[in-house]
Write a protein that binds this ligand. Structure first.
Ligand code: BG6
Length: 492
Protein backbone atom coordinates (compact mmCIF):
# COMPACT_ATOMS: atom_id res chain seq x y z
CA UNK A 1 0.00 0.00 0.00
CA UNK A 2 1.33 3.45 -0.82
CA UNK A 3 0.47 6.65 0.97
CA UNK A 4 -2.05 8.90 -0.75
CA UNK A 5 -0.54 12.20 -1.77
CA UNK A 6 -1.99 15.17 -3.57
CA UNK A 7 0.35 17.18 -5.80
CA UNK A 8 1.15 20.65 -4.52
CA UNK A 9 1.15 23.80 -6.66
CA UNK A 10 4.40 24.53 -8.53
CA UNK A 11 6.93 26.37 -6.43
CA UNK A 12 10.44 27.78 -6.23
CA UNK A 13 12.23 26.61 -3.10
CA UNK A 14 15.44 28.43 -2.25
CA UNK A 15 17.65 26.73 0.31
CA UNK A 16 20.10 29.16 1.92
CA UNK A 17 22.80 26.85 3.19
CA UNK A 18 22.14 24.63 0.18
CA UNK A 19 25.43 22.76 0.55
CA UNK A 20 25.07 22.27 4.30
CA UNK A 21 24.45 19.20 6.36
CA UNK A 22 20.73 19.73 6.86
CA UNK A 23 20.16 20.33 3.15
CA UNK A 24 22.06 17.22 2.08
CA UNK A 25 20.86 14.93 4.85
CA UNK A 26 17.24 15.94 5.32
CA UNK A 27 15.80 18.59 3.00
CA UNK A 28 16.91 17.35 -0.42
CA UNK A 29 16.32 13.66 0.39
CA UNK A 30 12.86 14.61 1.66
CA UNK A 31 12.13 16.54 -1.53
CA UNK A 32 13.36 13.64 -3.67
CA UNK A 33 10.93 11.31 -1.90
CA UNK A 34 8.03 13.71 -2.36
CA UNK A 35 8.95 14.05 -6.02
CA UNK A 36 9.19 10.30 -6.48
CA UNK A 37 5.74 10.02 -4.89
CA UNK A 38 4.32 12.41 -7.48
CA UNK A 39 3.69 15.24 -5.06
CA UNK A 40 6.06 17.76 -6.65
CA UNK A 41 5.15 18.92 -10.13
CA UNK A 42 7.64 19.03 -12.96
CA UNK A 43 7.64 22.83 -13.21
CA UNK A 44 8.85 23.30 -9.62
CA UNK A 45 12.42 24.40 -8.98
CA UNK A 46 14.84 23.99 -6.11
CA UNK A 47 17.67 26.47 -5.84
CA UNK A 48 20.64 25.92 -3.57
CA UNK A 49 22.39 29.03 -2.29
CA UNK A 50 25.73 29.20 -0.53
CA UNK A 51 28.81 31.38 -0.58
CA UNK A 52 31.17 29.27 -2.67
CA UNK A 53 31.18 29.69 -6.40
CA UNK A 54 30.08 26.68 -8.42
CA UNK A 55 27.95 25.94 -11.46
CA UNK A 56 24.52 24.32 -11.53
CA UNK A 57 26.23 21.21 -12.85
CA UNK A 58 28.69 21.12 -9.93
CA UNK A 59 25.85 21.48 -7.48
CA UNK A 60 23.78 18.77 -9.12
CA UNK A 61 26.75 16.44 -9.04
CA UNK A 62 27.35 17.07 -5.35
CA UNK A 63 23.68 16.66 -4.42
CA UNK A 64 23.42 13.66 -6.74
CA UNK A 65 26.20 11.91 -4.85
CA UNK A 66 24.49 12.50 -1.50
CA UNK A 67 21.13 11.37 -2.85
CA UNK A 68 22.59 8.20 -4.39
CA UNK A 69 23.54 7.19 -0.88
CA UNK A 70 20.07 8.04 0.40
CA UNK A 71 18.40 6.07 -2.38
CA UNK A 72 20.53 2.99 -1.65
CA UNK A 73 18.73 0.03 -3.19
CA UNK A 74 15.44 1.80 -3.60
CA UNK A 75 14.92 1.37 -7.35
CA UNK A 76 11.96 3.74 -7.53
CA UNK A 77 13.95 6.56 -5.94
CA UNK A 78 17.00 5.84 -8.08
CA UNK A 79 14.88 5.97 -11.22
CA UNK A 80 13.53 9.40 -10.32
CA UNK A 81 16.87 10.87 -9.30
CA UNK A 82 18.05 12.23 -12.71
CA UNK A 83 14.77 14.10 -13.33
CA UNK A 84 14.86 15.43 -9.77
CA UNK A 85 18.40 16.71 -10.21
CA UNK A 86 17.26 18.56 -13.34
CA UNK A 87 15.10 20.76 -11.13
CA UNK A 88 18.09 21.91 -9.15
CA UNK A 89 19.92 25.17 -9.70
CA UNK A 90 22.56 27.03 -7.76
CA UNK A 91 23.37 30.64 -6.88
CA UNK A 92 26.48 31.86 -5.08
CA UNK A 93 25.47 34.59 -2.64
CA UNK A 94 26.83 36.11 0.52
CA UNK A 95 24.19 37.30 2.96
CA UNK A 96 26.47 40.12 4.05
CA UNK A 97 27.38 41.46 0.57
CA UNK A 98 25.33 43.05 -2.21
CA UNK A 99 27.02 41.18 -5.02
CA UNK A 100 24.76 38.87 -7.01
CA UNK A 101 21.49 39.67 -5.21
CA UNK A 102 20.09 41.76 -8.06
CA UNK A 103 20.50 38.90 -10.57
CA UNK A 104 19.20 36.38 -8.08
CA UNK A 105 16.03 38.42 -7.46
CA UNK A 106 15.52 38.99 -11.19
CA UNK A 107 15.82 35.27 -11.90
CA UNK A 108 13.16 34.47 -9.32
CA UNK A 109 10.84 37.24 -10.41
CA UNK A 110 11.08 36.10 -14.03
CA UNK A 111 8.91 33.14 -13.01
CA UNK A 112 5.98 35.49 -12.22
CA UNK A 113 3.88 35.26 -9.09
CA UNK A 114 4.29 31.75 -7.87
CA UNK A 115 4.90 30.16 -4.48
CA UNK A 116 8.40 31.03 -3.28
CA UNK A 117 9.83 29.38 -0.22
CA UNK A 118 13.03 30.68 1.36
CA UNK A 119 14.48 28.08 3.68
CA UNK A 120 17.06 29.65 6.00
CA UNK A 121 19.16 26.61 6.76
CA UNK A 122 22.07 28.75 7.88
CA UNK A 123 23.55 29.98 11.09
CA UNK A 124 20.93 32.12 12.87
CA UNK A 125 23.47 34.93 12.86
CA UNK A 126 22.59 35.37 9.15
CA UNK A 127 18.79 35.44 9.56
CA UNK A 128 18.68 39.21 10.00
CA UNK A 129 20.87 39.89 6.93
CA UNK A 130 19.00 37.43 4.79
CA UNK A 131 15.57 38.79 5.67
CA UNK A 132 16.75 42.36 5.10
CA UNK A 133 18.01 41.50 1.65
CA UNK A 134 14.93 39.50 0.69
CA UNK A 135 12.84 42.52 1.62
CA UNK A 136 15.15 45.02 -0.09
CA UNK A 137 14.88 43.03 -3.33
CA UNK A 138 11.11 42.74 -3.13
CA UNK A 139 11.13 39.00 -2.57
CA UNK A 140 8.96 39.08 0.54
CA UNK A 141 5.58 39.79 -1.07
CA UNK A 142 2.96 37.74 -2.87
CA UNK A 143 3.14 34.07 -2.18
CA UNK A 144 6.55 34.15 -0.50
CA UNK A 145 7.17 32.25 2.71
CA UNK A 146 10.21 31.94 4.89
CA UNK A 147 11.22 28.89 6.91
CA UNK A 148 13.49 29.27 9.89
CA UNK A 149 15.25 26.53 11.71
CA UNK A 150 16.13 26.39 15.35
CA UNK A 151 17.98 27.61 17.30
CA UNK A 152 15.72 30.64 17.33
CA UNK A 153 17.96 32.47 19.76
CA UNK A 154 19.71 31.20 22.86
CA UNK A 155 17.35 32.94 25.30
CA UNK A 156 14.23 35.08 25.24
CA UNK A 157 16.07 38.31 24.46
CA UNK A 158 17.97 36.91 21.45
CA UNK A 159 14.86 35.09 20.19
CA UNK A 160 13.00 38.40 20.27
CA UNK A 161 15.71 40.03 18.15
CA UNK A 162 15.45 37.28 15.53
CA UNK A 163 11.65 37.32 15.56
CA UNK A 164 11.63 41.11 15.19
CA UNK A 165 14.04 40.99 12.25
CA UNK A 166 12.18 38.23 10.42
CA UNK A 167 8.90 39.91 11.32
CA UNK A 168 9.99 43.20 9.79
CA UNK A 169 10.39 41.52 6.40
CA UNK A 170 7.59 38.92 6.49
CA UNK A 171 4.10 38.82 7.99
CA UNK A 172 3.59 36.20 10.72
CA UNK A 173 1.41 34.20 8.31
CA UNK A 174 4.43 33.90 5.97
CA UNK A 175 6.84 32.70 8.67
CA UNK A 176 7.24 28.97 9.25
CA UNK A 177 9.31 28.18 12.36
CA UNK A 178 10.11 24.56 11.93
CA UNK A 179 10.24 22.05 14.77
CA UNK A 180 10.71 18.79 12.97
CA UNK A 181 9.33 16.82 15.91
CA UNK A 182 5.88 18.14 15.00
CA UNK A 183 6.22 16.49 11.60
CA UNK A 184 6.77 13.04 13.08
CA UNK A 185 3.94 10.66 12.30
CA UNK A 186 3.21 9.67 15.89
CA UNK A 187 2.92 13.27 17.01
CA UNK A 188 0.19 13.82 14.48
CA UNK A 189 -1.31 10.54 15.53
CA UNK A 190 -1.57 11.91 19.03
CA UNK A 191 -4.08 14.39 17.65
CA UNK A 192 -6.03 11.54 16.06
CA UNK A 193 -5.91 9.38 19.19
CA UNK A 194 -7.00 12.17 21.47
CA UNK A 195 -9.57 13.88 19.31
CA UNK A 196 -10.91 11.20 16.97
CA UNK A 197 -11.72 8.69 19.72
CA UNK A 198 -14.16 8.99 22.57
CA UNK A 199 -12.17 6.60 24.79
CA UNK A 200 -9.28 8.72 25.96
CA UNK A 201 -10.44 12.27 26.37
CA UNK A 202 -12.71 11.67 29.39
CA UNK A 203 -9.70 10.14 31.18
CA UNK A 204 -7.20 12.73 29.97
CA UNK A 205 -6.83 14.72 33.16
CA UNK A 206 -5.51 14.77 36.70
CA UNK A 207 -8.35 12.56 37.97
CA UNK A 208 -7.13 9.60 35.95
CA UNK A 209 -3.57 10.30 34.85
CA UNK A 210 -0.84 9.79 37.41
CA UNK A 211 2.01 11.29 35.42
CA UNK A 212 3.45 11.71 31.93
CA UNK A 213 6.96 10.85 30.72
CA UNK A 214 8.61 12.17 27.60
CA UNK A 215 11.92 10.62 26.62
CA UNK A 216 14.04 11.52 23.61
CA UNK A 217 17.16 9.38 23.79
CA UNK A 218 19.94 9.48 21.22
CA UNK A 219 22.97 7.27 20.74
CA UNK A 220 24.93 9.87 18.79
CA UNK A 221 27.44 12.26 20.34
CA UNK A 222 28.63 15.60 19.04
CA UNK A 223 28.47 14.68 15.33
CA UNK A 224 30.81 17.41 14.06
CA UNK A 225 28.53 20.06 15.55
CA UNK A 226 30.86 20.98 18.40
CA UNK A 227 30.83 24.72 17.81
CA UNK A 228 27.07 24.94 17.88
CA UNK A 229 26.38 22.27 20.46
CA UNK A 230 28.84 23.40 23.06
CA UNK A 231 27.22 26.84 23.19
CA UNK A 232 23.79 25.28 23.32
CA UNK A 233 23.51 22.11 25.40
CA UNK A 234 20.60 19.73 25.71
CA UNK A 235 18.17 22.12 27.40
CA UNK A 236 18.31 24.64 24.57
CA UNK A 237 18.90 22.11 21.80
CA UNK A 238 16.09 19.69 22.65
CA UNK A 239 13.91 20.72 25.59
CA UNK A 240 13.11 24.33 24.68
CA UNK A 241 11.65 23.18 21.39
CA UNK A 242 11.07 19.48 20.73
CA UNK A 243 10.22 18.22 24.21
CA UNK A 244 8.09 21.21 25.15
CA UNK A 245 6.22 20.93 21.86
CA UNK A 246 5.49 17.28 22.63
CA UNK A 247 4.35 18.25 26.10
CA UNK A 248 1.99 20.80 24.55
CA UNK A 249 0.45 18.23 22.24
CA UNK A 250 -0.25 15.98 25.21
CA UNK A 251 -1.48 18.67 27.56
CA UNK A 252 -3.43 21.08 25.34
CA UNK A 253 -7.20 21.45 25.48
CA UNK A 254 -9.12 20.25 22.43
CA UNK A 255 -8.88 23.03 19.83
CA UNK A 256 -12.20 24.05 18.29
CA UNK A 257 -10.94 22.92 14.87
CA UNK A 258 -7.79 21.56 13.33
CA UNK A 259 -6.76 25.01 12.23
CA UNK A 260 -3.37 26.55 12.68
CA UNK A 261 -4.28 29.27 15.12
CA UNK A 262 -6.81 27.19 17.03
CA UNK A 263 -4.10 24.55 17.69
CA UNK A 264 -1.40 27.08 18.41
CA UNK A 265 -3.60 29.06 20.79
CA UNK A 266 -4.09 25.91 22.87
CA UNK A 267 -0.39 25.06 22.86
CA UNK A 268 0.44 28.58 23.92
CA UNK A 269 -1.89 28.30 26.91
CA UNK A 270 0.00 25.20 28.03
CA UNK A 271 3.37 26.93 27.74
CA UNK A 272 2.04 29.84 29.73
CA UNK A 273 0.71 27.48 32.40
CA UNK A 274 4.06 25.83 33.02
CA UNK A 275 4.99 26.48 36.61
CA UNK A 276 8.30 28.33 36.74
CA UNK A 277 11.13 26.32 38.31
CA UNK A 278 12.73 28.57 40.88
CA UNK A 279 16.39 28.73 41.86
CA UNK A 280 15.55 26.99 45.17
CA UNK A 281 13.92 24.09 43.35
CA UNK A 282 16.53 23.67 40.65
CA UNK A 283 18.44 20.85 42.36
CA UNK A 284 15.48 18.60 42.90
CA UNK A 285 13.47 19.49 39.78
CA UNK A 286 16.28 19.25 37.22
CA UNK A 287 19.29 17.06 36.51
CA UNK A 288 22.01 17.92 34.04
CA UNK A 289 24.61 15.46 32.89
CA UNK A 290 27.62 15.17 30.59
CA UNK A 291 28.80 11.87 29.13
CA UNK A 292 32.13 10.29 29.87
CA UNK A 293 33.83 7.60 27.78
CA UNK A 294 31.89 4.37 27.52
CA UNK A 295 30.34 2.06 24.96
CA UNK A 296 27.23 2.50 22.87
CA UNK A 297 25.85 -0.48 20.93
CA UNK A 298 29.06 -2.37 21.70
CA UNK A 299 31.32 0.38 20.32
CA UNK A 300 33.75 2.22 22.56
CA UNK A 301 33.17 5.97 22.40
CA UNK A 302 35.11 8.87 23.89
CA UNK A 303 33.72 11.24 26.49
CA UNK A 304 32.22 14.60 25.61
CA UNK A 305 35.27 16.61 26.61
CA UNK A 306 37.55 14.41 24.51
CA UNK A 307 35.24 14.70 21.52
CA UNK A 308 35.21 18.44 22.02
CA UNK A 309 38.96 18.67 22.54
CA UNK A 310 38.59 20.86 25.64
CA UNK A 311 38.62 20.19 29.32
CA UNK A 312 36.60 23.00 30.72
CA UNK A 313 33.16 22.71 29.13
CA UNK A 314 30.18 22.66 31.46
CA UNK A 315 27.70 22.08 28.64
CA UNK A 316 25.07 19.47 29.45
CA UNK A 317 24.50 16.57 27.06
CA UNK A 318 21.67 15.19 29.20
CA UNK A 319 18.74 16.78 30.98
CA UNK A 320 15.97 15.32 33.08
CA UNK A 321 13.40 17.54 34.67
CA UNK A 322 10.03 17.60 36.29
CA UNK A 323 7.59 20.07 34.78
CA UNK A 324 4.17 20.97 36.10
CA UNK A 325 1.26 22.46 34.22
CA UNK A 326 -0.69 24.70 36.54
CA UNK A 327 -4.24 24.45 35.30
CA UNK A 328 -7.42 22.57 36.20
CA UNK A 329 -6.77 19.65 33.89
CA UNK A 330 -3.25 18.92 35.04
CA UNK A 331 -2.92 20.16 38.64
CA UNK A 332 -0.63 17.79 40.52
CA UNK A 333 0.36 15.67 37.47
CA UNK A 334 4.12 15.72 36.93
CA UNK A 335 5.52 15.69 33.41
CA UNK A 336 8.95 14.06 33.57
CA UNK A 337 11.09 14.99 30.58
CA UNK A 338 14.48 13.55 29.72
CA UNK A 339 16.78 13.71 26.75
CA UNK A 340 20.41 12.97 26.20
CA UNK A 341 23.18 12.02 23.84
CA UNK A 342 25.14 8.78 24.02
CA UNK A 343 22.33 6.90 25.71
CA UNK A 344 22.01 3.13 25.17
CA UNK A 345 19.43 3.31 22.39
CA UNK A 346 17.76 5.76 20.06
CA UNK A 347 14.23 5.97 21.26
CA UNK A 348 11.65 8.73 21.56
CA UNK A 349 8.43 8.08 23.35
CA UNK A 350 5.62 9.63 25.31
CA UNK A 351 4.19 7.62 28.18
CA UNK A 352 0.82 8.47 29.68
CA UNK A 353 0.72 6.58 33.00
CA UNK A 354 -2.80 6.20 34.35
CA UNK A 355 -3.68 5.98 38.03
CA UNK A 356 -4.11 2.72 39.88
CA UNK A 357 -7.59 1.21 40.23
CA UNK A 358 -9.23 2.41 43.45
CA UNK A 359 -9.75 -1.09 44.92
CA UNK A 360 -8.54 -4.54 43.92
CA UNK A 361 -10.92 -7.50 44.10
CA UNK A 362 -8.12 -9.95 43.28
CA UNK A 363 -6.34 -12.19 45.76
CA UNK A 364 -2.71 -11.67 46.55
CA UNK A 365 -1.74 -14.71 44.45
CA UNK A 366 -3.15 -13.08 41.30
CA UNK A 367 -0.14 -10.78 41.25
CA UNK A 368 0.02 -7.01 41.33
CA UNK A 369 -2.44 -4.85 39.42
CA UNK A 370 -0.34 -2.39 37.44
CA UNK A 371 -1.54 0.97 36.20
CA UNK A 372 -2.55 1.26 32.54
CA UNK A 373 -0.16 3.05 30.26
CA UNK A 374 -0.52 4.51 26.83
CA UNK A 375 2.87 4.57 25.14
CA UNK A 376 3.34 6.54 21.95
CA UNK A 377 6.54 5.58 20.21
CA UNK A 378 7.88 8.31 17.90
CA UNK A 379 10.97 6.42 16.77
CA UNK A 380 12.13 3.90 15.89
CA UNK A 381 9.16 1.57 15.10
CA UNK A 382 6.47 4.24 15.28
CA UNK A 383 3.36 3.01 16.98
CA UNK A 384 1.13 2.98 19.98
CA UNK A 385 0.93 0.49 22.81
CA UNK A 386 -1.81 0.41 25.38
CA UNK A 387 -0.71 -1.54 28.43
CA UNK A 388 -3.62 -3.38 30.05
CA UNK A 389 -4.13 -5.96 32.76
CA UNK A 390 -5.53 -9.27 31.51
CA UNK A 391 -5.99 -12.74 32.91
CA UNK A 392 -3.05 -15.02 32.29
CA UNK A 393 -4.49 -17.35 29.60
CA UNK A 394 -5.29 -20.99 30.44
CA UNK A 395 -6.10 -22.94 33.57
CA UNK A 396 -4.39 -22.56 36.92
CA UNK A 397 -6.48 -19.95 38.66
CA UNK A 398 -6.83 -16.28 38.04
CA UNK A 399 -3.44 -14.70 37.66
CA UNK A 400 -3.01 -11.26 36.17
CA UNK A 401 -0.65 -10.12 33.45
CA UNK A 402 0.33 -6.65 32.22
CA UNK A 403 0.40 -6.82 28.41
CA UNK A 404 0.50 -4.29 25.61
CA UNK A 405 -2.15 -3.94 22.96
CA UNK A 406 0.37 -3.24 20.27
CA UNK A 407 -0.18 -1.22 17.13
CA UNK A 408 2.99 -0.77 15.17
CA UNK A 409 2.17 1.59 12.31
CA UNK A 410 4.54 0.03 9.83
CA UNK A 411 3.18 -3.47 10.44
CA UNK A 412 -0.43 -2.44 10.69
CA UNK A 413 -0.50 -0.29 7.58
CA UNK A 414 2.53 -1.43 5.61
CA UNK A 415 3.14 2.19 4.61
CA UNK A 416 6.47 3.96 4.34
CA UNK A 417 6.34 6.55 7.12
CA UNK A 418 7.34 9.87 5.62
CA UNK A 419 10.20 11.63 7.32
CA UNK A 420 9.17 14.66 9.36
CA UNK A 421 10.81 17.08 6.92
CA UNK A 422 8.92 15.65 3.94
CA UNK A 423 5.58 16.39 5.50
CA UNK A 424 6.60 19.80 6.83
CA UNK A 425 8.12 20.99 3.55
CA UNK A 426 4.91 20.18 1.72
CA UNK A 427 2.94 22.01 4.45
CA UNK A 428 5.05 25.10 3.83
CA UNK A 429 4.34 24.95 0.10
CA UNK A 430 0.63 24.50 0.84
CA UNK A 431 0.81 27.41 3.27
CA UNK A 432 -0.44 25.37 6.24
CA UNK A 433 1.30 26.49 9.45
CA UNK A 434 -0.54 24.17 11.90
CA UNK A 435 2.58 22.13 12.65
CA UNK A 436 4.88 25.15 12.94
CA UNK A 437 5.61 27.32 15.94
CA UNK A 438 4.12 30.74 16.20
CA UNK A 439 6.25 33.58 17.53
CA UNK A 440 4.47 33.73 20.89
CA UNK A 441 5.01 29.99 21.44
CA UNK A 442 8.74 30.25 20.91
CA UNK A 443 8.93 33.19 23.25
CA UNK A 444 6.75 31.56 25.93
CA UNK A 445 9.00 28.49 25.82
CA UNK A 446 12.11 30.64 26.33
CA UNK A 447 10.41 32.46 29.16
CA UNK A 448 10.11 29.17 31.03
CA UNK A 449 13.59 27.95 30.07
CA UNK A 450 15.52 31.15 30.89
CA UNK A 451 15.23 30.88 34.70
CA UNK A 452 16.48 27.27 34.57
CA UNK A 453 19.51 28.36 32.54
CA UNK A 454 20.05 31.25 34.94
CA UNK A 455 19.83 29.05 38.03
CA UNK A 456 22.30 26.54 36.55
CA UNK A 457 24.65 29.35 35.71
CA UNK A 458 24.51 30.74 39.25
CA UNK A 459 24.99 27.33 40.80
CA UNK A 460 28.25 26.98 38.95
CA UNK A 461 28.10 23.21 39.39
CA UNK A 462 29.53 21.00 36.70
CA UNK A 463 27.04 18.64 35.07
CA UNK A 464 26.86 15.19 36.64
CA UNK A 465 28.98 12.69 34.73
CA UNK A 466 27.38 9.60 33.19
CA UNK A 467 28.98 6.78 31.29
CA UNK A 468 28.23 6.78 27.57
CA UNK A 469 25.78 3.94 26.97
CA UNK A 470 23.98 4.38 30.30
CA UNK A 471 20.62 6.09 30.90
CA UNK A 472 22.22 9.24 32.27
CA UNK A 473 23.28 10.20 35.79
CA UNK A 474 21.74 8.25 38.66
CA UNK A 475 20.17 11.50 39.81
CA UNK A 476 17.80 11.21 36.83
CA UNK A 477 16.52 7.93 38.25
CA UNK A 478 16.23 9.51 41.69
CA UNK A 479 14.22 12.38 40.19
CA UNK A 480 11.28 10.06 39.51
CA UNK A 481 11.92 7.52 42.27
CA UNK A 482 11.69 10.21 44.92
CA UNK A 483 8.08 10.54 43.80
CA UNK A 484 7.54 6.77 44.04
CA UNK A 485 7.66 6.27 40.26
CA UNK A 486 10.06 4.76 37.72
CA UNK A 487 11.02 5.52 34.13
CA UNK A 488 9.03 3.32 31.78
CA UNK A 489 10.72 0.24 30.37
CA UNK A 490 9.14 -1.69 27.58
CA UNK A 491 9.24 -4.93 29.55
CA UNK A 492 7.34 -3.70 32.60
C1 BG6 B 1 17.92 18.38 16.40
C2 BG6 B 1 19.00 18.59 17.41
O1 BG6 B 1 16.97 19.40 16.46
O2 BG6 B 1 17.27 17.14 16.64
C3 BG6 B 1 19.98 17.46 17.39
O3 BG6 B 1 19.66 19.81 17.15
C4 BG6 B 1 19.28 16.13 17.52
O4 BG6 B 1 20.96 17.61 18.41
C5 BG6 B 1 18.14 16.03 16.54
O5 BG6 B 1 20.23 15.11 17.27
C6 BG6 B 1 17.30 14.78 16.80
O6 BG6 B 1 16.36 14.61 15.78
P1 BG6 B 1 15.81 13.17 15.42
O7 BG6 B 1 14.71 13.43 14.44
O8 BG6 B 1 16.96 12.39 14.88
O9 BG6 B 1 15.30 12.58 16.72
Amino acid sequence: MTAKTLPVDPFDLVIFGGTGDLALRKLLPGLLRRYADGQIREDSRIIGVARDKQTDADYRAKVGEALQRVAGNDEALKAKLPAFLDKLGYHALDATKDEGWEEFAAALKAQGDRIRVFYLSTSPSLFVNLCDRLRAHGLNGGQSRVVIEKPIGHDLASATVINDAVGSAFAESQIFRIDHYLGKETVQNLLALRFANILFEPLWNANHIDHVQITVAETVGLEKRATYYDTSGALRDMVQNHLLQLLCMVAMEPPAALEADAVRDEKLKVLRSLRPITADEISHMTVRGQYRAGAVNGMAVPGYLDELGREDSRTETFVALKAEVDNWRWAGVPFYLRTGKRLPERVSEIVIAFKQIPHSIFEHGAGPVMGNKLVLRLQPDEGVKLWLMIKDPGPGGLRLQHVPLDMSFAEAFGVHQPEAYERLLMDVVRGNPTLFMRRDEVEAAWKWIDPILGAWENQRETPKPYTAGSWGPSAAVALVERDGRTWHEDTV
